[in-house]
Write a protein that binds this ligand. Structure first.
Ligand code: BYC
Ligand code: FE
Ligand code: FE
Length: 467
């Protein structure tokens, strides 16, 4: 039943793509599987491979009930290949092929471009697992530990999603790319991951929450753009990935939000009126707001680099080809070809930052990045509400998009007075990273969540570490 919502759950690889009837691809995936498990054991969550974790597993693609919860050892997680249901009569929504029926096979002239997009997307997924592999040991609660592992197994499934497309549609080359996705390593000097931010460390839990808020949100934006693709299997894949991505956004936003909540609550109780009294605030065992701002500056700027150059022919070509659209292209009202329109782009001219109208096709990375920044602002606004409610004038802000950039127009440009975390900040945060593994208890620097996962009560043992 390759096109239905039914998931074949019997074989090694749960799927709704008819693997049982597709011996060639099934064999390719089964051949790849042991290497994946080796990678997971080697580079996945360190020290918790035998723990029983209360995880959600995708068992259907019906938006009304696609997941089930239960205790699983992570190496036994059912990583499946799941595509969102077919939309009958779907047509290409943008670019030179606008209005033509979507493709079920890869058009020959676009093979190289599409393969590159799949490989870059696929590379980020295991990279994030590698970056986060040490965090289990310092989890502030079992609830948070479980959320970390949930994100990790789903990023693993996202790798499977891209590997399926590579193996199904790109033959020998696809199989080689699939092997290479297991070979590169985040931060490795010789074989690093492909994009900058995925080679940075995620050393502590504030970084983890900032990463899931900012960097997973790049994932959301890129997946939304690829979900518009005229290559229908990619569109369906990304649409299903986005249902999982929502939880990653939730983990990031509520994680940072709970840290802020705890900080302002402790400051109030101690009678501290000035959030900049860093030493007094830190003495309470909570993270001062200026440090949170500096971490935010770092993760925001690292993530902006992931959108590539403001002016990009790659992006124009992918759009023209119908492979990668704009954010929610199908909700936009224009000609969806952009051959005659312009878009304003921030540029550096003779050392000053100016706004310049450029051909819209060349500015698609910039446009997606603008949509991304707007999406970030919602969450930052909710964090600020918590600070405001506690009666403090302090506000968290996104730094200028020109700050701390390594890619694009503003690479190396020094303009903004924003700050990055210093060694003193890192040492302080590290001093707080002591594990709390008693069910229902939380580290001093983070408030408990409003509600449990899957309606579970506060003292629920989300991870059975010694089972
Ligand atoms: N680092 O024309 P340009 C996620 C390269 S996150 C290193 O501007 P383009 C996730 C670029 O490759 C989402 N290199 O590039 C999140 C190009 O090289 P070549 C991941 C960079 O193609 C959390 C050259 O510079 N998905 O899912 O327009 C946890 C010229 O640049 C970087 C995607 O990114 C960089 N930051 O834009 C888990 C979607 N930026 O080809 C998962 C697929 C640029 O000339 N990827 N370069 O040698 C794309 O759509 C595009 O490749 C990019 C780059 C948007 C990334
Ligand atoms: Fe992902
Ligand atoms: Fe994610």
């Amino acid at each position: 039943m390759p096109d239905g919502m039914e998931v074949d759950y019997d074989g090694l690889i749960p799927n709704n793509v008819g693997l049982a009837q597709d011996a060639r691809v099934r064999k390719a995936l089964e051949t790849w599987h042991p290497g994946y498990i080796d990678w997971w054991l080697d580079m996945g969550p360190e020290g918790f491979q035998q723990a029983l974790v209360y995880l959600r597993t995708a068992v259907s693609v019906d938006p009304k009930g696609w997941a089930k919860f239960g205790f699983v050892r992570m190496p036994e997680y059912k990583w499946g290949v799941l595509l969102a249901p077919v939309i009958e009569g779907r047509r290409i929504g943008f670019g030179a092929h606008k209005g033509e029926p979507v493709w079920q096979e890869v058009p020959g002239e676009y093979r190289a471009m599409l393969r590159r997009l799949l490989v870059i997307q696929g590379d980020t997924e295991p990279a994030s697992v590698e970056q986060q592999r040490h965090l289990g040991a310092t989890a502030p609660s079992l609830y948070d530990m479980r959320n970390l592992f949930q994100v990790n197994v789903e990023e693993g499934r996202h790798l499977w999603a891209m590997v399926y497309l590579l193996q199904k549609y790109f033959g020998t080359q696809g199989r080689e790319e699939a092997e290479d996705l297991l070979r590169r390593r985040s931060g490795d000097a010789d074989t690093p991951r492909m994009l900058g931010a995925f080679n940075e460390a995620t050393p502590d839990w504030l970084s983890f929450f900032m990463f899931t808020f900012f960097t997973d949100r790049d994932g959301k934006m890129q997946l939304e753009a690829l979900a518009q693709s005229g290559f229908d299997p990619l569109s369906r894949t990304c649409r299903f990935m986005l249902t999982e991505e929502a939880h990653h956004m939730f983990v990031g936003e509520t994680g940072v939000g709970r840290i802020i909540e705890r900080t302002v609550e402790a400051m109030r109780t101690a009678g501290i009126d000035d959030p900049n009294e860093t030493e007094r605030v830190r003495a309470l065992g909570v993270i001062d707001l200026p440090t949170i701002q500096r971490k935010l500056n770092l993760h925001f700027s690292l993530t902006l680099d992931l959108f590539g150059n403001e002016i990009s022919t790659n992006a124009a070509n992918a759009f023209n080809a119908g492979l990668k659209g704009r954010y929610r292209e199908d909700k936009l009202e224009d000609d969806h070809q952009l051959t005659a329109s312009t878009y304003p782009v921030l540029r550096l001219k003779d050392g000053t930052v100016i706004n310049e109208d450029v051909p819209a096709l060349s500015a698609l990375n910039m446009r997606l990045r603008d949509d991304y920044v707007a999406d970030c602002l919602g969450g930052v606004g909710r964090w600020n509400k918590t600070i405001e409610k506690a009666g403090y004038a302090f506000r968290l802000e996104l730094p200028a998009v020109t700050f701390n950039r390594k890619i694009g127009e503003f690479a190396g440009f020094e303009s903004d007075p924003a700050q990055l975390p210093g060694s003193d900040d890192r040492a302080f945060i590290e001093s707080l990273m002591k594990p709390v593994t008693v069910p229902g208890q939380y580290a001093s620097w983070i408030a408990p969540p409003r509600a449990g996962i899957d309606g579970k009560p506060g003292e629920f043992e989300y991870v059975r570490i010694h089972d």
